[in-house]
Design a protein around this ligand. Structure first.
Ligand code: GTP
Ligand code: MG
Length: 471
């Protein structure tokens, strides 16, 4: 373990020297990570950001665009041969077809390189030619960051903690019964190992569906191409000490260690540690709609996820970063087009309060942060209607299920985020004051003018924060 940590570190240092040489001698590269919990809006965000950087008519708040300094933008083969390419064309095709639809759920890491040819600003502008700046965008599930905690945990400790949590959850009843029948000291039997892993995965999936977030190992829920491999065929088995050689329990321990070595470490080494700037997407409206428990649950999950951005929290990570750090973190509440813009500040405040503890730590770590509410793809228009003698600020859009056009009022968010977060923390069953609704809107049929990207809310401000200083 020590040796592989060392090897990781050396590799990382060589890479970062190469990165620096490339950047100073040649063309600068900015690596932007985009993460968030499942369905938070990562794929739509990246697709629309790229489309709006290629066609920049709707990006007035990106200063280099406003100054007319971006001469060209183009997609390039992405530099990492072993990472799947982010399927930009297919996702954009879905969103902009004659019958637009939201892209499918994505389950693994992917990457895209966009290059910008930019004229310099200021005095040097006339003296030097334009520069090319590469923007590598990496899409990865936020759930994977939760696995960081496993690295410092021996199998025995992981088993104890996992089973203790499971005891309190009815979703685990079947797995606990199953594991109760098993003798861990018996010789390894592969079908039995498989059945246990399946039972454990079933529990994790049920717990996740019930709204629990600490459902690690993360890859059990999102196996991608590792499905069925030994590194994912293990489960927590009770017992004392290490099992005898060849026993079921000893083999489970071995595979748990293999998972950390072959799955968790490479992700942090090859992807996470190389990110310069990070976008964290949060579907706060979705959680508010689901109720106080979901909000509290999301708060816990986000705090754990953002723990990965805190240097010193994990020895492996500290070595890997070797002094380098994420420079900027953008926290974005997504799908803001469900709300009239008069409520956007309140949504931002709620998301900020939700991330308070975690955000303070990231700031402490020296990263610059920004919080805003955005819609990567605006599916609604705003309107004001009178309802029972009251004027309401609504949004209009087409329902995903029926295609019917509706005017929608999601409820009035409180001015003070504590009105939501306190009952959530205190374990309230439902909201006292109000009921919050969300609707699933279909993406609008677009008829774009030449030079315009898809409609959005504040995507240009997000881009200015993420890239503006380097253009
Ligand atoms: N109205 C609206 N809905 C959005 C927007 N962005 C995302 N959505 C909705 O949120 C869903 C999830 O968006 P994705 O971009 O696929 O989210 P993801 O984080 O990539 O999801 P996974 O790949 O499953 O983890 C979409 O299918 C849409 O229904 C937006 O800007 N406006
Ligand atoms: Mg996705």
């Amino acid at each position: 373990m020590v040796i592989s940590t060392l090897a990781d570190t050396v590799l990382r240092q060589i890479e970062s020297i190469q990165d620096t040489v490339n950047e100073t001698l040649f063309e600068p590269v900015i690596r932007i990570g985009v993460t968030g919990l499942a369905r938070s809006g990562k794929t739509v965000f990246i697709t629309s950001l790229v489309a709006n950087l290629l066609d920049r008519g709707r990006m007035p708040h990106l200063v280099a665009v406003a100054e007319g300094r971006i001469e060209a933008a183009f997609l390039q083969p992405q530099p990492d041969d072993t990472v799947p390419r982010f399927d930009y064309e297919a996702h954009l095709g879905d969103l902009t077809s004659a019958t637009p639809r939201w892209p499918d759920s994505t389950r693994a890491v992917s990457e895209l390189r966009l290059s910008l040819r930019v004229r310099r600003a200021g005095l040097l502008a006339g003296l030097q030619g334009p520069r090319t700046i590469h923007v590598d965008i990496i899409d990865y599930p936020g759930e994977w960051l939760l696995d960081l905690a496993l690295l410092d945990k021996p199998y025995e400790q992981w088993v104890a903690e996992t089973l203790a949590r499971a005891q309190a959850r009815q979703e685990a009843a079947a797995y606990l019964a199953q594991v109760g029948q098993v003798d861990g000291t018996a010789k390894l039997d592969e079908p039995q190992a498989k059945a246990l892993a399946a039972g454990f995965t079933g529990y994790l999936n049920a717990a996740r569906a019930a709204g629990y977030y600490d459902c690690t190992p993360g890859r059990f829920l999102l196996p991608g191409d590792l499905e069925g491999s030994p590194a994912l065929t293990f489960a927590p088995l009770p017992g004392d000490g290490r099992g005898a050689r060849g026993s079921l329990r000893r083999e489970m321990e071995r595979r748990y260690e293999a998972y950390k070595r072959a799955v968790v470490r490479p992700f942090f080494r090859d992807h996470f540690a190389r990110i310069d700037r990070q976008v964290v997407l949060v579907d706060a409206l979705g959680a508010i709609h689901k109720g106080p428990q979901a909000v509290e649950d999301m708060r816990g999950a986000m705090a754990d996820i953002l723990g990965a951005f805190r240097p010193g929290q994990n020895a492996f990570l500290t070595q890997l970063f070797a002094g380098k750090r994420v420079e900027k973190i953008l926290f974005a509440a997504t799908k803001a087009d469900h709300l009239h813009h008069k409520q956007h500040d309140k949504l931002t405040a709620i998301m900020e309060a939700l991330l308070r503890a975690a955000r303070d730590r990231a700031r402490f770590a020296g990263a610059q942060t920004l919080a805003l509410s955005l819609a990567a793809l605006r599916a609604t228009t705003e309107d004001t209607v009178t309802h029972k003698g009251q004027t309401l600020d609504v949004v209009r859009g087409h329902l995903l299920e029926t295609g019917k056009q509706v005017a929608f009022f999601p409820g009035e968010l409180p001015q003070d985020p504590a009105r939501l977060l306190t009952p959530a923390r205190d374990g309230a069953e439902k909201w006292l004051d109000d009921d919050y609704r969300v609707m699933n809107f279909a993406p609008s049929v677009l008829s774009l003018r030449p030079g315009d990207g898809p409609p959005h809310i504040r995507l240009d401000k997000a881009a200015q924060f993420l890239l503006g200083d380097r253009l």
